[in-house]
Design a protein around this ligand. Structure first.
Ligand code: F3S
Length: 62
């Protein structure tokens, strides 16, 4: 599984980082970014939860 954050949609709500800090971090502007190239199997549900909880629908997991 891969996760991406669309920087044009992200508004810095930080729910991704709150829900799944193993996969997401915040940059200097407080915008979400993905810190792993591949989401490990054990973190897939958390990454999907983060995507589902982003109010801007900025996160894609595939
Ligand atoms: Fe941005 Fe959504 Fe995370 S708005 S900081 S990707 S919860």
């Amino acid at each position: 599984m891969k996760a991406t954050v669309d920087p044009d949609r992200c508004q810095g709500h930080a729910r991704c980082w709150d829900i799944s800090p193993e996969v997401f971090d915040l940059d200097e502007q407080g915008h979400g970014r993905v810190i792993v190239t591949e989401v490990p199997a054990g973190l897939r549900k958390k990454a999907a939860d983060a995507a589902a909880n982003c109010p801007e629908r900025a996160i894609t997991v595939s």
